[in-house]
Design a protein. Structure first.
Length: 199
């Protein structure tokens, strides 16, 4: 999500009254779009959508099918199933980020969305940290220490990397084991740790 932009939430439910209630509750804080069917959800969805609140039981395309399509299209969006369908073992392989049982309060909706946005912020900072670490390591390996010490650009890079790592630490301080499990469920494990480079 671009810094300074309000998060965009897509509410998907085949009962317009339900979708409209959720949207009304959320509009003060987020940019909200609604879709009253699975087909409408997929036609509305684009890269600007940060979180999808997705009903499972819909007549044309089910929420499960919409979720699969979202992942196949590789949209970088978080999806929370918001549904009256009690979870069964079939959810184990479903690539959603959260599962919320109806009826759901406005407070629970806000809490779910904020947690998912925090996951996105963490992943954004982590990618940034990997990129900065790679640059730092490449320069450190190829330049003498005196050149590094005299370089204003390298000093700025070092400061930026320190700041990003501090932001990551601040975010992870609020995480529990479930948060890490959700975050790293599909994470590529062959990437180097951003903490391997000494500052």
């Amino acid at each position: 999500m671009t810094e300074g932009r309000r998060a965009t939430i897509l509410v998907v439910d085949d009962e317009p009254a339900v979708a409209d209630v959720y949207a009304a509750q959320l509009r003060d804080r987020y940019a909200v779009e609604t879709a009253y069917s699975g087909e409408a959800a997929l036609s509305t969805l684009d890269a600007a959508v940060d979180v999808v609140l997705l009903d499972r039981r819909m007549p044309d395309l089910s929420g499960d099918e919409v979720l699969s399509a979202i992942r196949e299209k590789r949209y970088d969006t978080r999806v929370a199933m918001v549904t009256a369908v009690d979870p069964d073992f079939d959810i184990i392989e479903m690539p959603f980020d959260d599962y919320v049982i109806k009826p759901v309060s406005a407070e629970a909706l806000f809490q779910t969305i904020e947690q998912l946005l925090l996951y996105t912020e963490y992943e954004d900072r982590l990618r940034e940290c990997y990129s900065l670490t790679a640059k730092y390591a490449a320069l450190e390996a190829s330049k003498p220490q005196t050149a590094l010490d005299e370089s204003e650009e390298f000093t700025e890079l070092k400061a930026e990397l320190t700041e990003v790592r501090a932001e990551l630490d601040e975010i992870t301080d609020s995480f529990d084991a479930r948060d890490f499990e959700l975050l790293f469920r599909d994470f590529e494990t062959d990437e180097p740790s951003p903490d391997n480079t000494e500052l």
